[in-house]
Design a protein. Structure first.
Length: 296
């Protein structure tokens, strides 16, 4: 007689089994410090640009709540992203300013970078940013020294540069070679793999963390793939969706530290963070994923 049956015979209540907590997300170390960072973060491009719409802001706050509950840390935004910064700031305030937050933002101006960073900080309502990046290399010759000086003064923890959609890779490489950087941010997914040629090997050589943006090509990749059945080999690494297979492919690259998919849906942020648990594909499976998606 098992315990449940015994309780029933004695007329005692049978309590439901406690839900198992979600596994902690996989982490990778930031090379310049060794600090562990979950391999899936949260982007805010377009999805958090909801203006003053109360319903949209509530939805973004719920996305952030689910993100932190699943063990997420890094949220990335920019002055370029419309209302995303104040939406993030309001959400953080409503959630009690989660201590797990790794706040990543950017400077995106050809003029007073210090003033823009301060405005961004006030919109986020944080004492300081963890990571500041020169967005799309705009005026990087002026802004990168500013960020380096802020790091030296303890006003930011990490410094980096960004690009997207394969733009300005040659100049990007030169900045990586010539300047001390903690992070770079670039586009990488099973379809967009130009960064594999020079930038990702260089990041490993130089000890630079890599954030992968546009993992789903702003949703166009997952929309295209959702009409196709998920390959059987996806189950080998615990994937139940195309989004999870794509994310596991991205973060399994040795140079990638964290992928930053953007979403405005709670179910999607949970799905994305679930990709940060369980096994990652080995090199052979990575090649199968690339070939399979490339042929669809």
């Amino acid at each position: 007689m098992n315990r449940r049956h015994l309780l029933q015979v004695l007329g005692l209540p049978v309590l439901p089994a406690l839900a198992q907590p979600a596994p902690a997300p996989l982490t990778k170390p930031i090379p310049s410090s060794g600090e562990p960072l979950p391999v899936v973060g949260l982007g805010t491009w377009i999805t958090f640009n909801v203006g003053k719409d109360p319903q949209g802001r509530q939805q973004c706050m719920e996305v952030m709540r689910a993100f932190f509950a699943a063990g997420g840390r890094l949220i990335d935004s920019s002055p370029m992203y419309g209302s995303s910064q104040p939406v993030v700031g309001d959400g953080l305030q409503a959630l009690g300013r989660p201590q797990a937050l790794f706040a990543a933002d950017k400077v995106w101006t050809a003029s007073d970078g210090a003033a823009q960073v301060e405005q961004s900080r006030q919109l986020w309502r944080v004492p300081r940013f963890d990571l500041l990046q020169v967005h799309n290399l705009l005026a990087w010759e002026e802004q990168l020294p500013l960020l380096q000086a802020m790091k030296k003064e303890g006003r930011v923890r990490y410094v980096g540069i960004t690009t997207s959609e394969g733009r300005r890779h040659r100049e990007f490489e030169q900045v990586m070679r010539r300047h001390p950087l903690d992070f770079v941010q670039l586009t990488y997914n099973p379809v967009d793999r130009e960064a594999e040629q020079r930038l990702l090997p260089l990041a490993r050589e130089r000890g630079i963390a890599v954030l992968a943006n546009r993992p789903f090509q702003q949703g166009s990749l997952t929309r295209r793939l959702q009409r196709q059945p998920l390959p059987a080999f996806a189950a080998e690494i615990g994937c139940r969706s195309w989004a999870q297979l794509i994310l596991k492919h991205i973060v399994s690259h040795p140079a990638i530290t964290c992928a930053i998919p953007a979403t405005s849906r709670v179910d999607h942020v949970r799905e994305n963070l679930a990709a940060a648990a369980g096994p990652l594909p080995d090199e052979a499976l990575r090649r199968r994923i690339e070939a399979h998606i490339g042929n669809l």
